[in-house]
Design a protein around this ligand. Sequence first.
Ligand code: NAD
Length: 478
Amino acid sequence: MSNKLSVRNPRTGANDYEIVVTTAEEIAALTQRMRTAQIHWREQDLAYRISILEKLKSSIANHRTELINALTADTGRLYISVAEVDGIANAIDRWIAVARADKAPETKNSGALPFIEYRSEKEPYAVVGAISPWNFPMTLSMIDALPAMLSGGTAIIKPSEVTPRFAQPMRKAISEVEELKDILHIVDGDGSTGAALIDHVDMVCFTGSVVTGRKVAEAAARNFIPSILELGGKDPAIVLEDADVERAATSLLRASIVNTGHACQSVERIYVHKSLYGEFVEKIIAKAKSVKLNYPDLESGHIGPIIFEKQAKIIKSQLADAVAKGATVHTGGEIEHHGGGLWCRPTVMTEVNHDMTIMKDETFGPIMPIMSFADDEEALRLANDTIYGLSGSVYSTDLAHANKIAMKIDAGGISINEGSLTGFMHEAEKNSFKCSGMGESRMGPAGYHRFFRKKAIMTNTADAFPIEAFDEKNANFP
Ligand code: NAD
């Protein structure tokens, strides 16, 4: 059996790239070397690790053009590829600031036994595995690796086999920072490589679908290693009776279709108060019609091709299911073929309901199904009628009203008067609720602290506890 995988180009449909699948044996050997290298890495102080990540930042900057070209080939879009590469420098700065703010452990005396001193040390997981998806190939491969390395651990990344081109220039950038030898690795491969990783690392951070996330969590449980899962979503947006309709339409169009809707935090369902419904639908249709594909010119237009061929099938089947059950399509609504690539224009749909897969399953495409609601209670019932709990948004000119609704949406990140803010800011700690994930927040300081185990160091400063103290005759009973 060939250990090579060919990779499709989303703009041309041609298989024009190849990766060699990393085997379980290779993962075993690599992680063993990383475990050895980690001993020295961890013994250095934080200032050292910061200086090495600063070097990585420069090395990535030196390979900026190659990285952007590779990511553009992987995803068929330019603006976000540039943002992904340039965003790594910001991410490094942010994690350095979080790590610097971390305080050394304090020695305290026990309240119950004052002669015992204790402190809680933090010990990093030696080898962290990061398994990532295809929608933001570079950002999501580095998002967990950076804080893991700063904590004193090493990181092994397994990017998606759908978008692996960026890994080669990234490996080059990493190899030019000598001190990162066996501290940071990127391995090519498919699900078999991801599965092998879980058998050899001390912690796994997974970003991807619920279906694979469940397999990852089960495998991690078998190995007794922690798994942090960031999975899919079906984010609702609620446009309340007192919302600014123009603002809601502008922001919800962007939040639903940016990156061709291939974002976990994409708005995938829109609920509008019945008093604003007609006006909102009219406005969002007009705005959707002005959106252009970045085809044939990569350097103009707003949205790129559907990156993953299988995703086009999912989008198509959800659209067909909705139409068969009575939905009206106002814009887009089709998978278009241009130049060998697959494309979908922003699709506004009405007359939809929760019997349709488009309102229940993750679509991961530029689709905006809209329903009206009569009151807040109905809006919340519809928004929470999902297995997912990633994020959501609320629009209102009354912030107290918006906050009240935000607190009742059963999801981990709620944007007010904007859509999918979790895609822009990384400071606010959040968990993924329900089937959207598991584990400590990836955002904010918790995103760094999750890479440590706590180790209690306890010292008896008085006499030893003698066995005589435990004589049965000393029992205070009856
Ligand atoms: P996927 O689950 O198919 O694949 C993700 C990764 O898992 C890939 O690298 C794949 O090779 C690997 N993999 C496959 N089988 C495996 C196994 N048995 N063990 C270990 N690894 C295995 O997901 P995808 O289609 O690449 O990505 C899209 C999904 O990712 C969507 O559901 C999206 O919502 C989700 N996502 C979530 C977030 C988030 O932060 N919550 C961010 C981006 C994407």
